[in-house]
Design a protein around this ligand. Sequence first.
Ligand SMILES: CC(C)(COP(=O)(O)OP(=O)(O)OC[C@H]1O[C@@H](n2cnc3c(N)ncnc32)[C@H](O)[C@@H]1OP(=O)(O)O)[C@@H](O)C(=O)NCCC(=O)NCCS
Length: 172
Amino acid sequence: MGKFITDGMVSLRPFRQEDAPRLAELANNEKIAVNLRDGFPHPYTPEDAEKFIEMALSKPDQIFAIEYQGEYVGNIGVHLKSDVYRLGAEIGYFLGEPYWGKGIMTKAVKLVCDYAFRELGIIRIDTGVFDFNPASMRVLEKCGFVQEAIFRKSVIKRGKICNEVRYAKIKE
Ligand SMILES: CC(C)(COP(=O)(O)OP(=O)(O)OC[C@H]1O[C@@H](n2cnc3c(N)ncnc32)[C@H](O)[C@@H]1OP(=O)(O)O)[C@@H](O)C(=O)NCCC(=O)NCCS
């Protein structure tokens, strides 16, 4: 069953098929794609959005649409690990550019972490940020993540080699 999680300002809810056109519009942005893995398409088409939503609907307790003032504004996912890493999860997120700088992702990350620790039985959440993305590092720091490592030259993005900064938050 899909969850609805809110702090009164920012909400996380399951995706709906109707989100596809706006998802495609917001996601079709090189300033977003450059910060994400190559599995995130660029250009991002309406068909990519429909496929993504179909996948998201198969994991409604792990992949959420972010809503702000009643509008769909971005995505956040908490991906459970397996084997010996199964008490951990990795998060990933993006916000449409018109909504940057309002504190929305900080709220969304806090909401997803509280939810995951409370309801998914995990004790550790981690993620990696490419070294040219200070805004995302700041979001994680504001949410209580600690920088644990720098994976030197571990990423090639748009033909350029960079470091990945690894962050984690532990259940209190
Ligand atoms: C990174 C991203 C999620 C931030 O979302 P957001 O809602 O704008 O973030 P918030 O407003 O909650 O916080 C951003 C913080 O970064 C800071 N910041 C923004 N640009 C910065 C920069 N160039 N250098 C340093 N800090 C910066 C802001 O000042 C703010 O910190 P503050 O509250 O201390 O002032 C959003 O820009 C995005 O989706 N980017 C593209 C995709 C992406 O990078 N995803 C994450 C991959 S790891």
